[in-house]
Design a protein around this ligand. Structure first.
Ligand SMILES: [Zn+2]
Length: 372
């Protein structure tokens, strides 16, 4: 889950949100102000509905944060540091510094979020009932009742068995405890997630056709589940194929190096007559790894700029490219590479030792006939 807004840091945890959180706040505010609240408590002005709807939108975002904190508490209690929380429309994605190792911890961490959400839901629903009996304002009674229902709904949806929902992690922990193979469990969860993604999207489309705005939420959720399932399946298959190979089993010396101070014109003159690679390692003036330069970034530059532009002006910096050490697990580097064409293998002082190329990885992951 990509963090598009950053709120700040607290307890060493970087807290931010994905754009989909804003969609939720707006959907909640708009839906409640125009349909939900007028249906529950009639006779108020438009401003009252919009203010209450807006407050409910923010409160939903707040309860997603509490849901996420509940997950993190379990991780922190067993000593697993939490790097980042990214709130999105159904909770949050957290990045732990290391994976919680035991099945028990994984299970407890996954269930904590939905339990906290359901607890908040019951609290809000109970508050609404008490306020209603005490003769409180119908607008607040209605808003609290809705908040209770939506929190329970989010908790239940989160228990569905697919990543990035908590149910995906619960299923993973359950499968792991059954057969003990985390990669096989990840593949099985991804398979469940693919089917679930289609089902939830179809359900959302059905609701939308019937004019229910919650359907849009389900469509977004279904698409997110399907996307995560495809990504997880790819990652699990890659980890299975790469096994316990290390980076130095695959890395090779770079065929061509680019230098920070070389002009684009000179560099391209040197490589274009042959069969150019898609990406090249770049060395700085001290001969240390400075990043990579992509062929398409170079050829996209207007021809007239080539003689005056230096490689350092167009390269991707070292902080933005996948980097590994020779004894790193190859599968870990492959995950960091994502769709990148090239990873650099460097020493701690940034001396370049070699490169890992996408097509070498692909050969291992998808071996030809006669391969493993
Ligand atoms: Zn969760």
């Amino acid at each position: 889950m990509r963090q598009t807004i950053r709120f700040g840091r607290g307890f060493g945890i970087e807290v931010g949100a994905n754009w989909s959180l804003l969609v939720v706040v707006l959907l909640v505010a708009g839906g409640l102000a125009t349909v939900g609240l007028p249906g529950r408590a009639s006779g108020y002005g438009a401003t009252a509905y919009w203010v209450t709807g807006g407050v409910c939108g923010v409160l939903v975002a707040g309860s997603l944060f509490l849901h996420e904190l509940a997950h993190c508490r379990v991780a922190l209690r067993v000593g697993v540091p939490v790097e980042r929380i990214t709130l999105w429309m159904l909770g949050g994605a957290r990045v732990l510094s290391s994976e919680p190792v035991s099945v028990r911890t994984a299970f407890r961490s996954a269930i904590a979020g939905p339990l906290a959400g359901a607890g908040l839901g019951v609290l809000a629903g109970g508050g609404s009932a008490v306020l209603s009996v005490a003769g409180g304002p119908p607008l607040i009674v209605g808003a609290l009742w809705w908040l209770g229902a939506i929190n329970v709904f989010i908790a239940v949806v989160n228990l569905l068995p697919g990543d990035p929902l908590d149910g995906g992690q619960l299923l993973h922990a359950a499968l792991r405890s059954r057969h003990g193979d985390p990669l096989r469990a990840a593949l099985e969860v991804a398979r469940a997630g693919s089917a679930l993604g289609v089902l939830v999207t179809a359900l959302g489309a059905g609701l939308c056709v019937n004019g229910r705005f919650a359907g849009l939420w389900l469509i977004l959720t279904g698409v997110a589940i399907g996307t995560a399932a495809r990504r997880d399946a790819r990652t699990a298959r890659m980890r299975i194929a790469l096994g316990d190979r290390h980076v130095d089993d695959v890395m090779c010396p770079p065929q061509v190096l680019a230098f920070d101070t070389t002009t684009v014109d000179d560099f391209l003159a040197g490589i274009l007559p042959g069969t150019p690679e898609v990406a090249y390692p770049v060395l700085d003036i001290d001969g240390r790894a400075a990043g990579t330069v992509l062929l398409h970034d170079l050829v996209r530059l207007p021809r007239s700029w080539w003689p005056s532009t230096r490689v350092r002006d167009v390269r991707r910096p070292l902080t933005g490219v996948p980097v590994g050490r020779p004894n790193d697990l190859l599968a870990d580097l492959a995950v960091r590479m994502g769709a990148s064409e090239l990873a650099l293998v460097v020493q701690p002082d940034h001396q370049l030792l070699g490169v890992v190329r996408r097509h070498d990885l692909n050969r291992l992951v998808r071996p030809g006939p006669g391969g493993r």
